[in-house]
Design a protein around this ligand. Sequence first.
Ligand code: IFM
Length: 453
Amino acid sequence: MIQFPEGFVWGAATAAYQIEGGARDGGRGPSIWDTFSRTPGKVFAGHTGDVACDHYHRYADDVALMAELGLRAYRFSVSWPRIRPDGTGPANPAGLDFYDRLVDELRGRGIEPIVTLYHWDLPQALEDRGGWTSRETAEQFASYAGAVHARLGDRVDIWTTLNEPWCAAFLGYASGIHAPGRQDPAAAFAAAHHLMLGHGLAAQALRAAGARTIGLTLNPDSVFPADPDSQADVAAARVVDGVKNRLFFDPVLRGKYPADVLEHVSRFTDTAFLRDGDEQVIGEPIDLLGVNYYAPTYVRAQAGAPGDPAYPGTEDIAFVPPTGPVTAMGWQIEPAGLTALLERIGRDYPGVPIIITENGAAFDDRPAPDGRVADPERISYLDGHLRAAHAAIARGVDLRGYLVWSFLDNFEWAEGYRKRFGIVYTDYDTQRRTIKDSGRWFREVIRRNGLAE
Ligand code: IFM
């Protein structure tokens, strides 16, 4: 047996806009994803999160399904526009009521709720005032965090402020493939800073209110030079590592932006958004670091390469296309990248326990005529990554848990519903759920707290 430590947290994750639906129920206001998904050409086939998995109405059955899967923890996000339909002002009681019921249902089934406060669904009203490029959004985020904690804090112990701020900043404001769809590198760097400031201010507010475990979820890249013996490739990897990883890790876990990254940022903006004392706020100690990992990144120095607009300043760097097996997203399957990433975090940013808040894979699942959903590729992906996580633990990394992405198939952002990540299959016509083979396999992993050798 490959045995995980006692008390290892096993669970699954989702996010509000991706599963809830009920877009106009309970006084919910519009978010940037409502606007973006209605903008022609932005989301596959014009899909929106209006109905999604209808979890807003089916949450009790969904929690029963989680219990059937043996999940010990469930990570979900709170929809800011449900709580504050206009982004600011008094909390909307009906919005809080929904999460109140959800948390009670989870607790009633012995499932630990892990709350994420921001998983990309910014109230549209705040975007209209500048969104994350504006300092006000960071301040409003902390205030909203306090309102959610005031209602759920007596039953929720684990709080994560943001999910993947890199995506919110750089896919949202630089490449524009996510909401709000802006394409302005200077705006993206301002957004990244205000997201991190929002994290720090929210962490302070949660701490002051008595929250027990406060964390942040990042999606760092395991960045490798295509040729480790090439100085130029190593330098290219360092640039990408700066924008994707150190821009976030360093202020949170070392209390300071790295000098080389600030210099890189200054190619695009005068960084007037960075004020005295901000780094101290962002560096507010956290209790848990959430890591989302899917695939490694390989880069090579290449004169004339256009770079990737989601990583501003990567001209003359080529992002090497995947080699070997890929998922339905076209993402390279390389579990060793997870071990390397976890070891790197443990080495460069010691002292903070880590939880894998997302790991999983999309495949083109189809139910057989008897209704069974066989997904051997997903089982193999999860098995490989769990072994990789275990290898990191064996090498001394303080890894406390693993949450699969995702509990059920859902709205995969710009890809709409065509990419399926769930260990539970969603039939979007009937809203019927079917546990996939991977779900049954995962239940066994949880039961044994490990994998067969
Ligand atoms: O679906 C997303 C999730 O919202 C954030 N992390 C990556 C997942 C797969 O793309």
